[in-house]
Design a binder for this molecule. Structure first.
Ligand code: B12
Ligand code: SF4
Length: 493
């Protein structure tokens, strides 16, 4: 059997990092971990190919080659997914789809032959058995959320590693909290399930054996969702990291209560965690309560960010406007929080009702839903009727983006952030030529062609004089800021 894995294209969004990736000579930020994991669950003897359409074109010859096509998507990839399914069907191929989009909107893909709703660890073996006996069903719905100790090491070797800026591994799924807008808890549940320490280290071994060095994203919904297990993992991860001379810098997502646990923070620092993405959402307590985000109301958010930064980890964070309780001055309050917290990469979005979330259900009851979400909460469009005047909300939202990503604001935030990064430089593993090329591309784009070049050079001078040891990181931040600014400009047109 020949299986073609196809990962549909992402549109240009904040998370695509498209305007920053080309400086590095990369095509995409992360490989499609869902498909790499599914591949490892298929019979060893099957032949496999991966086409991640974010790094290379899907050719007719790829489709012709295959007996079976497996594809996966998030909502934002919906249009591309539909085209892939159509194209493969036109070539007479049997198409299997799964992943978060179809798990939340299963009824919407009439063309696909087999649809996997939920995680595939238990349903895929059933499908393989049915396929062998000629009775494969159309829908496979996981009866319960599987334990992760049966998840195999993903087939990282299928991905063209050099085309990505980071690799991903997953340690846990699910989150114990109950934020109203969140679809994670609907898809992956509120009881965080983890892999064993051996499994995670085996995945890191596999990446290391493939020659990967540099950034590894632990793509957990909330890395500290199961604190007890994570505290048992970290000592082994530290030992692994030290034994292998720090081949990876880690980045992950965590809830803000990370800030209250110094022991955990210290272990993360020692394991070489360099960036943590937090769901801060809003500094407005009433809005946090409305969002059922109690874990953020119980502590001073600014202090929490400072605490995490004091362990040398850059804080990235998500912010949302559009809650019913947002006051008139919400836009200014978000801007000053982002400024004071020195979070360079602030992902600000409009509140979005994702399918099958508590928010979706409430807005439906209240007759306020307008349409299905595109999945991209940063493009400045609403899929529900907000309490605040919609036009004012969208204008205010755009004003946040244009302010926080204006060159002067952004570079200042990046410098403030660098002042907290006390971990010393991230180990550099790229080859020198690639580093130099990346640096030249950044300086040409931002220091020569960009109208904000004066701010750029001022920033570079300060970075070089005050934060020399983290200079490479300063250059990365400049490139990322450029991506965010470009998108802010596009979205604000
Ligand atoms: C890493 C990640 C990203 C990475 C992208 C990684 C990549 N290239 O794939 C980045 C940071 C870029 C990203 C961005 C976004 N993301 Co994202 N992301 C994740 C995250 C945290 C992990 C994904 C992952 O690797 N999972 C690990 C694999 C093993 O899990 P899995 O994909 O679910 O696969 C399992 C099953 O679903 C199934 N399966 C999956 N595919 C297939 C296919 C077949 C054929 C079969 C049989 C089975 C199957 O089998 C696997 C094993 O059980 C998930 C949350 C999560 N827990 O998955 C959110 C998540 C997928 N992202 C989401 C969203 C909304 C976004 C954004 C739109 C955010 C935004 N606000 O702009 C952007 C859009 C991307 C873009 N470029 O524009 C939503 C998707 C919601 C939905 N219903 O579609 C999720 C679920 C979380 C969330 N609520 O934010 N994301
Ligand atoms: S903390 Fe994050 S992952 Fe957990 S429920 Fe809230 S939004 Fe979802």
């Amino acid at each position: 059997m020949k299986v073609l894995f196809v990962y549909p294209e992402f549109p240009e969004t904040y998370w695509s990092f498209r305007h920053a990736l080309h400086f590095e000579g990369k095509r995409s930020a992360f490989p499609p971990l869902g498909l790499l994991t599914v591949s490892a669950m298929l019979p060893k003897t099957w032949e496999r190919r991966l086409v991640d359409m974010n790094v290379r074109r899907l050719k007719e010859a790829d489709i012709e080659w295959a007996d079976l096509v497996f594809t996966s998507a998030m909502i934002v990839q919906k249009d591309s997914l539909e085209r892939v399914v159509e194209l493969c069907k036109a070539h007479g191929k049997r198409v299997v789809v799964g992943g978060p989009y179809v798990s939340t909107s299963a009824g919407e893909l009439p063309e696909a032959d087999h649809i996997f709703v939920g995680e595939a660890e238990t349903t895929l073996p059933e499908f393989l058995d049915d396929l062998e006996h000629g009775c494969a069903r159309r829908i496979y719905q996981a009866a319960e959320r599987p334990a992760l100790n049966i998840t195999p090491v993903p087939h990282f070797h299928l991905a063209e590693l050099s085309r990505y800026s980071a690799m991903s591994v997953q340690y846990s799924r699910g989150c114990p909290f109950q934020c109203e807008f969140c679809d994670i808890i609907e898809i992956y549940g509120r009881v965080p399930r983890t892999k064993t320490n051996e499994q995670l280290l085996a995945e890191l071994d596999a990446l290391r054996a493939l020659g990967w060095r540099g950034l590894v994203f632990i793509v957990d919904d909330n890395f500290i969702g199961n604190k007890r297990n994570v505290k048992q993992l970290l000592p082994e991860l530290i030992e692994w990291t030290e034994r292998h001379k720090r081949p990876f810098s880690f980045i992950t997502e965590a809830s803000v209560n990370l800030a209250e646990d110094d022991a955990l923070l210290e272990m993360m620092r020692r394991a070489n965690f360099r960036r943590v993405f937090l769901g801060i959402e809003t500094p407005v307590e009433e809005s946090l309560k409305e969002a059922q985000k109690g874990q953020n109301t119980r502590r001073d958010l600014l202090e929490s960010v400072r605490k995490i930064q004091s362990y040398g980890m850059e804080v990235m964070a998500g912010f949302i406007v559009g809650f019913d309780h947002d006051p008139e001055d919400i836009f200014e309050r978000q801007i000053s929080f982002i400024r004071e917290s020195a979070i360079p990469l602030a992902m600000v979005g409009l509140l979005t009702a994702l399918p099958d979330t508590q928010l979706w259900r409430r807005l439906k009851r209240e007759g306020r839903l307008l349409k299905e979400s595109t999945g991209n909460n940063t493009e400045g469009s609403l899929n529900f009727i907000p309490r605040m005047d919609a036009q004012r909300l969208i204008e205010g939202y755009k004003s946040i983006l244009l302010t926080i990503y204006s060159p002067a604001e952004y570079y200042q935030r990046a410098l403030n952030c660098l002042s907290y990064l006390t971990q010393g430089p991230e180990p550099r593993h790229n080859n020198l030529i690639r580093d130099v090329m990346a640096f030249m591309r950044v300086t040409f784009a931002l220091g020569v062609r960009d109208p904000a070049r004066l701010e750029f050079w001022r920033y570079m001078k300060r970075a070089l004089t005050s934060y020399r040891q983290n200079f490479a990181h300063a250059v990365t931040l400049a490139a990322m800021g450029y991506h965010f600014r470009k998108l802010a400009e596009i979205y604000s047109e």
